[in-house]
Design a protein around this ligand. Sequence first.
Ligand SMILES: Cc1ncc(C[n+]2csc(CCOP(=O)(O)OP(=O)(O)O)c2C)c(N)n1
Ligand SMILES: [Mg+2]
Length: 329
Amino acid sequence: MAARKTPEKSNVSKDELLKYYRDMLLIRRFEEKAGQLYGMGLIGGFCHLYIGQEAVVVGLEAAAEEGDKRITSYRDHGHMLACGMDANGVMAELTGREGGYSKGKGGSMHMFSREKHFYGGHGIVGAQVPLGAGLAFADKYKGNGRVTFTYFGDGAANQGQVYETYNMAQLWNLPVVFVIENNQYAMGTSVARSTKSPSLWERGAAYGIKGEAVDGMDVLAVKAAGEKAVAACRAGDGPYILEMNTYRYRGHSMSDPAKYRTREEVQKMRDEKDPIERVRDLLLTGSHATDDDLKAIDREIKAIVNESAEFAKNSPEPDVSELWTDIYA
Ligand SMILES: Cc1ncc(C[n+]2csc(CCOP(=O)(O)OP(=O)(O)O)c2C)c(N)n1
Ligand SMILES: [Mg+2]
């Protein structure tokens, strides 16, 4: 197996690289812990892990400003952590506990934070795309300069509502960045099996929307592309499409036997493209950090994640009286 290439020297600051390392590692370790708790029966229902795709959301959050919005699919824990939602509240929600973001009544796919402008968490494939354009419409109406990051998958990119949304978003110059997280699979179906036009971002051209493909395993490339897209939106020249070429290491959800790809394919991505290892290499080769410094960060992250699991386990299940609250009649 070919080793990862030594990264070129970058002119990104040490502090910035350390932040990306930390933020991506938090998502990775949090998701690993969620996987363990699922295996122990502490998390029920669906649970879609984000492991492998961390650079996408961390790079784009680095391009975001206070007040910008984000909305995504069910593969959403990474997005919540990256925008600053509390690991304890997310883990408690995954385990269906009172201390969770939706008081333990929503679970993995149904968490929101008004404070962090996180609008879910959507289990219906593609449903968040028109909602994301709606959020951007509201911001344009208010003239507040905010941008909405609307994330969806390669599978969702074949849905009709995405193209209806593209048309309206471009017609009204909405400040929305459409982020296609192309992790190469929609459940067990590879992109090659689902479309003959695999360059998903180029479909925006039919509506006059600009965009580009990005190495979604490289947090610096993601951030640079994100800044460009956000600048276009803030200048009134939105929307913008970013197709992030990425990869999920785990199955579609916790109940995926993964018979549609080989172990070797997954291992090759881990060995050659891992987004966290890439930043780790940059930190070490640029003499920005020592092995010991990185080990200290690893310990710090492990402590946050362990604490979230303890918090979740110690939080009670919601009271029966909660059955009748937070519902539309
Ligand atoms: C409208 C609708 N159709 C089908 C499903 C079942 N389903 C859930 S996830 C998924 C695959 C989506 O893949 P993609 O958009 O690539 O996102 P990824 O899971 O790779 O992040 C499907 C078909 C659903 N939830 N909603
Ligand atoms: Mg996919």
